[in-house]
Design a protein around this ligand. Structure first.
Ligand SMILES: *[C@@H]1O[C@H](CO)[C@@H](O)[C@H](O)[C@H]1NC(C)=O
Ligand SMILES: *[C@@H]1O[C@H](CO)[C@@H](O)[C@H](O)[C@H]1NC(C)=O
Ligand SMILES: *[C@@H]1O[C@H](CO)[C@@H](O)[C@H](O)[C@H]1NC(C)=O
Ligand SMILES: *[C@@H]1O[C@H](CO)[C@@H](O)[C@H](O)[C@H]1NC(C)=O
Ligand SMILES: *[C@@H]1O[C@H](CO)[C@@H](O)[C@H](O)[C@H]1NC(C)=O
Length: 267
């Protein structure tokens, strides 16, 4: 099955590669740091089928605690029974492939937009990020009742996404914290007149515009539906370069589910 798929992929890719379209199509892949020209890849389908698509950008995702607790009240528990600050918290920093619709060469990349669980022998070792712990507890906490210890959350994010980032454990968590600190979305929105409120409704476009203006890159916003069937701003996704530092233009839109007008509930 895999051989059939790969041969088919090679036949499809060959004309494009020969037409010199490679540079425009992002058909660059790598085997252990070695960038392989798409023509070579095309001529060796078996090789093409064992190589992986390259991570091109990361998604920095944060979530709004007010919306998490509003729509998942039964699943909202304050850590140590102390209500956290009314501030966005980090969900994760997620490596993404260049473009999943163009991942023709491997069955895996054809259906996936991102890699995950890249290194099973590199579990989170909290002593490597000890110096970041208080910063992490403040900015990368969890309100999940099932997962009350934030260490389990960080461990999951590291194993699933961090191991694919090319960064070591300390650099990965540091990058996520730095990015969030550099672009304080709570403040960016407040400065644009989008303040958490029980009763106000905001235009989704005013939220997107505020973030675009402050960071130079358009975000994707994901919404939740609360118990009154209203849309609430839940998560904000920003595209970041592979260094985990600079905002980049998003190669594709991410999940949204928002309507034109959304709530930004007080927390
Ligand atoms: C996986 O992690 C281990 C332990 O940190 C490391 O020695 C190894 O090189 C990593 N493997 C890959 C493929 O990155
Ligand atoms: C975790 O990291 C510390 C500090 O580098 C090291 O001494 C310890 O052996 C590591 N623990 C595991 C389980 O790898
Ligand atoms: C989570 O639990 C582990 C082991 O039970 C403990 O060592 C760690 O300090 C806890 N982490 C936090 C952030 O409470
Ligand atoms: C972000 O800005 C808000 C509003 O000004 C502030 O309350 C919050 O402490 C800031 N967050 C961080 C991590 O500095
Ligand atoms: C919404 O609530 C705030 C206080 O939380 C109040 O100041 C404001 O007047 C209210 N706006 C409307 C339209 O009811």
């Amino acid at each position: 099955m895999k051989l059939l798929y790969c041969s088919l992929a090679a036949v499809l890719v060959l004309p494009l590669a020969l037409a010199g379209a490679a540079a425009d199509f992002d058909f660059f892949f790598h085997v252990q740091q070695v960038t392989v020209d798409p023509i070579i890849v095309t001529l060796y389908p078996p090789v093409a089928c064992i190589i992986t698509q390259r991570v091109r950008w990361l998604v920095a995702s944060v979530q709004w605690p007010g919306s998490y607790c509003d729509t998942r009240a039964d699943r909202c528990c304050y850590p140590g029974n102390q209500k956290p600050a009314a501030d966005f918290t980090i969900h994760g920093l997620w490596p993404n492939y260049a473009d999943c619709r163009r991942g023709l060469l491997t069955p895996d990349a054809a259906t996936r937009c991102w890699p995950d669980y890249c290194n099973a022998t590199d579990p989170l070792n909290t002593s490597l990020i000890k110096d970041l712990e208080s910063d992490l507890l403040r900015n990368w906490g969890t309100l999940s009742c099932r997962n009350r210890n934030a260490t389990a959350f960080w461990s999951h994010q590291w194993r699933r996404h961090g191991t694919c980032s090319g960064m070591d454990q300390h650099a990965y968590f540091r990058a996520a914290l730095d990015f969030k600190a550099r672009f304080n979305l709570t403040r960016i929105l407040a400065d644009a007149g989008v303040a958490p409120s029980r009763n106000e409704t905001y235009l989704l476009s005013s939220i997107e515009d505020a973030v675009t203006k402050a960071t130079g890159s358009a975000p994707s916003v994901e919404c939740n539906r609360n118990g009154r069937d209203e849309m609430e701003l839940y998560q904000v996704f920003q595209c970041v370069g592979r260094d985990g530092r600079s905002p980049v233009h998003c190669p594709r839109r991410l999940e949204s589910r928002c309507t034109d007008k959304v709530k930004f509930p007080a927390f």
